[in-house]
Design a binder for this molecule. Structure first.
Ligand code: GLV
Ligand code: MG
Length: 347
């Protein structure tokens, strides 16, 4: 085990010091674009203004013969665009692919000072994080970067889920984890053909007689266990949990429901793969104004956060004060970015 004092030492001479706490950022949606497509690159400066994070995807969904073009296209558009407060991320190819090494070395060389986060797919254990951690430190030192590039892991293999606590704790460079339901379904041998969301046959049937058609059947959430495990692992490590992709672009209601389950269970955001999912994520991952108003009442009713009071017939104590603080802190972050939300929240 690494001694605690060494945890925050740079892993290469000349690399920037690791962060002790994560930079505070609103990250309700991570918006994916395919950088090998010129038409998509042209939209980046505008889309970047409407999202919290924009991500150049180099991994799955990019054809093998377009991998180099995607990497070069991402570096090109990232170099020439001013992203303001919007986070700039890239999803690189996985560690055992022929593209990973050039992805990381060329990104750090080309846009190292602009790139906030590298998203690493198919992470199996802490050893995957340690490798990228060391490589990034060497490249940061070589290129004289002034801030560390963070790592965001995708949780999308059965082994990764088993090791999620160690993955979260592997390095101070860890930013967070996203659930990757499509690869995870394949890795687990789940009998589905979907990118996230539920399945009509996964549920519980009410007591009674007759066939399923004669009885009430309640669809259940296929991802409940994994999201809960991921959130606990992330919060323990002081990093952020995210729901990943929702692939059925024809079912906005189901996308919203999946995102909301993640939000309520502790996730900070989700991926948007289609422009219409940006608005869905913005709505879901910004707290509801009525909840914010009630949370603000709790904070006002218990100024030092101790004791017990009744508000609107409901008992409040230290624990509800802490829940209220989560909601009001998030509302303040949203309000700082969005004047309409600030007005709605009365902040
Ligand atoms: C995302 O990468 C997924 O596999 O769901
Ligand atoms: Mg995947």
């Amino acid at each position: 085990m690494k001694p605690p004092r060494d945890f925050f030492k740079p892993l290469a001479i000349g690399a920037p010091e690791p962060y002790r706490t994560l930079p505070v950022k609103l990250e309700r949606m991570i918006h994916f674009f395919p950088p090998h497509v010129e038409k998509m690159r042209a939209k980046v400066p505008d889309i970047a203004k409407s999202v919290d994070v924009i991500l150049g995807n180099l991994e799955d969904a990019i054809p093998a013969d377009a991998k180099e073009a995607a990497r070069a296209g991402f570096i090109d558009v990232a170099s020439s665009t001013d992203f303001g407060n919007t986070g700039l991320w890239s999803r690189v190819n996985c560690l055992n692919s022929p593209w990973f090494l050039d992805d990381v070395t060329e990104l750090v060389d080309g846009i190292g000072n602009k790139l906030d986060v590298v998203m690493l797919p198919k992470v199996e254990g802490a050893w995957d994080i340690h490798y990228l951690d060391q490589l990034l430190a060497q490249l940061e030192a070589r290129h004289g970067l002034d801030k560390p590039i963070l790592i965001h892991a995708i949780l999308e293999t059965a082994q990764g889920v088993k090791n999620v606590e160690e993955i979260c704790l592997a390095s101070p460079r860890m930013h967070g984890i996203s659930l990757g339901p499509a690869d995870l379904a394949a890795s687990r041998g789940m009998k589905t053909t979907r990118v996230g969301g539920g399945h009509p046959s996964y549920g519980v049937i009410a007591d009674g007689e007759g066939t399923q058609a004669d009885r009430d059947f309640y669809q259940q959430d296929l991802w409940h266990y994994t999201v809960a495990k991921m959130v606990d692992a992330c919060q323990t490590a002081g990093i952020k949990a995210f729901y990943g992709p929702f692939g059925d672009f024809s079912d906005d209601a189901a996308c919203e429901a999946q995102f909301r389950n993640a939000f309520l269970m502790g996730c900070a955001g989700a991926w948007s793969l289609h422009p219409k999912q940006i608005a869905i994520a913005k709505k879901v991952f910004s707290p509801d104004p009525a909840e914010v108003a009630f949370a603000a009442k709790i904070l006002e009713g218990m100024p030092d956060g101790t004791g017990a009071v009744m508000i609107d017939g409901k008992m409040q104590d230290d624990a509800t004060w802490k829940q209220a603080k989560v909601i009001v802190d998030l509302a303040r972050q949203v309000a700082a970015k969005d004047p309409d939300a600030a007005a709605q929240y009365g902040l």
